[in-house]
Design a protein around this ligand. Structure first.
Ligand code: BV8
Ligand code: ZN
Length: 241
């Protein structure tokens, strides 16, 4: 496993972009989507994280999100999150792009973070569109209500919904200009996020993957590092100036 070569590429890079998925939060105790523990009351995320499911049974979908918020509230960032926060300090041009809806990257100290799929801690009104940060656990009442009386939804991107335009734009710009594109802790099955390393490679980036297992994009990566984010990411840090 060529960690030394990956570390050299990163040390020589002017611009580094990172895409993370649920795997980077696994060591903090958060279940991933498609791994063990990803089910809730035997529902798969694809069955609940949709506008149709919310329209059909907002109470059920809200119970799932309320449960996830309660689990997230007890979790701490891990060494993988902290290593990426360090990257931001040591790499000239750096952007962290995450599919995760948790706030562990920010709590680890990352500032330049793009959330492609929204946030568990932000709610949006179905009537007036108003958005609010809300960290109340458990939520009461459930479903939560807006001051205008409308029902609030989680401000996350459900399957079949477009990603936030500004977030996707920033992520694409970073993919175009990256010398190194690092993909950590994602199964790379969800689009358009999973397209980002391909875009980076087309624009000349070297692609490094960190994952426990082989994924949909392992074959296109220049280096694949098999192991835990919490153990491998700290080993990829460029030396402190
Ligand atoms: C859109 C937010 C269009 C909500 C999420 C057929 C083919 C291709 C695409 C499609 C298709 N049919 C439909 C689509 C499009 C669809 C899609 O990609 N579906 C997939 C399932 C096939 N995409 C969409 O619908 C997107 N929208 O396309 O809109 C459009 C355009 C204009 C106008 C209208 C519409 C929206 C996608 C966003 C969906 N929302 N989440 C919520 O969280 O509740 S997706 C969900 O999956 C999460 O965001 C998650 O981040 C994401 C990806 O999952 P991962 O993060 O990768 O997690 P996973 O469990 O899968 O994998 C974990 C990995 O970590 C594993 O590889 C594991 O080995 C590894 N790991 C575990 N532990 C560790 C580790 N690695 C290292 N260390 C460890 N310790
Ligand atoms: Zn409202």
């Amino acid at each position: 496993m060529n960690i030394a070569e990956a570390r050299t590429w990163i040390a020589q890079a002017r611009s580094v972009a990172v895409l993370t998925g649920a795997g980077i939060s696994a060591e903090s105790g958060l279940p991933t989507f498609r791994g063990p523990g990803g089910l809730w009351r035997n529902f798969r995320p694809e069955e609940l994280a949709t506008p149709e499911a919310f329209r059909r049974d907002p109470q059920l979908v809200w119970e799932w999100y309320d449960w996830r918020r309660s689990v997230h509230a007890k979790c701490e960032p891990n060494a993988g999150h902290r290593a990426l926060a360090e990257f931001e300090q040591r790499v000239q041009e750096f952007l962290l792009i995450t599919q995760n809806v948790d706030s562990l990257h920010e709590r680890a100290g990352s500032r330049r973070v793009v959330h492609l799929h929204g946030s568990l801690w932000r709610l949006r009104c179905m009537v007036c569109g108003g958005e609010e940060e809300n960290t109340q656990v458990p939520l009461d009442p459930l479903p939560p209500r807006c001051a205008c009386g409308g029902m609030l939804r989680p401000d996350v991107v459900w399957f079949g919904e477009p990603l936030p335009q500004a977030a996707m734009e920033r992520a694409l710009q970073a993919a175009y200009s990256a010398d190194v594109f690092l993909v950590a802790g994602t199964s790379s099955v969800v689009y358009p996020a999973a397209a980002l390393p391909h875009v980076a490679k087309q624009h000349g980036a070297r692609v490094i993957e960190v994952n426990l297992e082989t994924t949909e994009m392992s074959a296109m990566a220049d280096i694949t590092l098999r192991g835990k984010c919490g153990e491998l990411l700290p080993q990829l840090l460029p030396a402190d100036f």
